[in-house]
Design a protein around this ligand. Structure first.
Ligand code: AMP
Ligand code: MG
Length: 411
């Protein structure tokens, strides 16, 4: 039996980022850049006005104040999208809008709120003006030739803004992993069917497909394999055309647990099949012809915990991501927790972020089949292998898995 940490290290050694594909800008959201992006033009492209107001020579407005106006000649209007009609000479101003290029000769813009236009063709400047005021300098964001986004960057709305600014309409990103999801068990029926006595709904297949999709990968549902080597072999052979295989159930020591055997018979090099964690101990990992295969445990919570700890980081690595593991943070326990030592425990908890920090309630009902506790949870409380638990008030390590922990209710 190996530790969670060693298991992840061994898995990640076998995982490579996938190749690249070209996508449109709109389809690049939540993907990983496969190329450096270089700017052909500077941003801003030219000095431009940050305000609606008047472009002028700051020196012409010396002494201008609320009760002592300096009057200038307004020589033309310069809306955004147009170009200057001529230079601003001594004693002159140009009516300028936000985003319009600063006309030659002008070295400042005074905002309209500090001016008055009482006479046709004239403007009174009623505030002090320094050179450079309200001018966005050419290239202050980036210069022509700069690398504005690096290969490996994760594309968020901010990266989309950058890509659009430099005028990229197609770009290379890492492919999304296609992940075969296989459920195993003679007791399983598909949703929509009423389970006969002795049967249950296949929940893992759907939960795992959702976890795959939430990781930015593409689930390929293979349905249910029966507890025979033939059925498993048939399904797993189809699965080999995907970038990754995950199955649930049939990896324990039961009489019908054939997943490990079948993976081996299909030529899988088995890396390990037991991890010192709770829930999730029976967990097989192997590689079939270059395709990583995870035999996750059958118990619904065990399969989800194992996915979080091992499969998600693997899928993120395949997608080209740099950071791939969920961050951990400290939280104060609201109740005592007792644990049998010997394995790393992942307890379902409810994390609350408040002004002072974070507190976490361990939830009642930690059985590996208790889905209602998973529904109530938004984090795992991680209890180390040698720990027998913690008292209320102790600071513990939690791993939030639900982004809504960062949202708050608005009354
Ligand atoms: P196994 O490891 O195959 O013995 O499965 C362990 C437990 O998980 C058993 O109670 C199974 O019925 C249950 N289980 C296995 N696969 C699924 C599934 N796809 N959906 C829901 N429960 C499952
Ligand atoms: Mg089974």
């Amino acid at each position: 039996m190996i530790t969670v940490e060693d298991a992840l290290t061994q898995i990640l050694k076998e995982i490579r980022p996938l190749g690249l594909e070209s996508v449109t800008l709109a389809n690049s959201l939540c993907r990983t850049l496969g190329e450096d992006i270089r700017a052909a033009r500077p941003n801003p492209p030219w000095d431009n006005s940050a305000m609606d107001g008047y472009a002028l020579r700051a020196g012409d407005a010396t002494g201008a104040a609320k009760d002592s106006a300096v009057t200038l000649d307004v020589i033309y209007d310069l809306p955004a999208g147009s170009t200057p009609k001529g230079p601003v000479n001594k004693g002159q101003a140009v009516r300028i809008m936000t985003g319009a290029p600063v006309p030659p000769g002008a070295d400042a813009v005074v905002m309209v709120e500090l001016t008055a236009s009482l006479t046709e063709g004239k403007v009174d400047i009623r505030g002090s003006v320094r050179p450079g005021d309200n001018i966005r300098k050419a290239g202050e964001d980036f210069k022509a030739g700069d690398i504005v986004l690096k290969k490996g960057a994760y594309v968020r709305p901010a990266e989309i803004a950058m890509l659009a600014t430099v005028g990229v309409s197609y770009l290379f990103v890492h492919k999304r992993p296609r992940v075969a999801v296989l459920s195993t068990g003679d007791e399983l029926v598909e949703i929509g069917q009423t389970p006969a006595p002795g049967k249950i709904s296949n929940s893992n297949g759907h939960a795992l497909a959702a976890l795959v999709a939430e990781s930015g990968a593409v689930p390929v549902q293979l349905g249910i394999a029966r507890d025979t080597k033939e059925s498993l072999k048939e399904k797993l052979s189809i699965a080999r055309s995907c970038d990754c295989i995950i199955s649930s159930g049939g990896v324990s020591v039961g009489d019908y647990d054939f997943v490990k055997d079948v993976l081996k018979e299909l030529g899988s090099q088995m890396i390990f099949w037991k991890v010192s964690m709770k829930p999730g101990k029976p967990l097989a990992f192997g590689v079939i012809g270059g395709v990583p295969a995870f035999g996750l445990p059958g118990n619904p919570i065990s399969s989800m915990v194992a996915f979080e700890q091992f499969v998600r980081p693997s899928l993120l690595k395949m997608s080209g991501r740099g950071p791939i593991c969920r961050a951990e943070l400290n939280a104060t326990l609201t109740k005592d927790v007792k644990i049998k030592p010997g394995r790393t425990n992942f307890l379902r908890g409810l994390l609350t972020l408040n002004d002072g920090g974070a507190s976490v309630a361990p939830l009642e009902g930690q059985g590996s089949g208790v889905i209602s506790t998973m529904v109530a949870a938004n984090c795992y409380i991680i209890v180390g292998m040698d720990s027998t638990g913690y008292a209320k008030g102790a600071v513990v390590k939690v791993q939030p898995f639900d982004p809504s922990v960062f949202l708050k209710v608005r009354a």
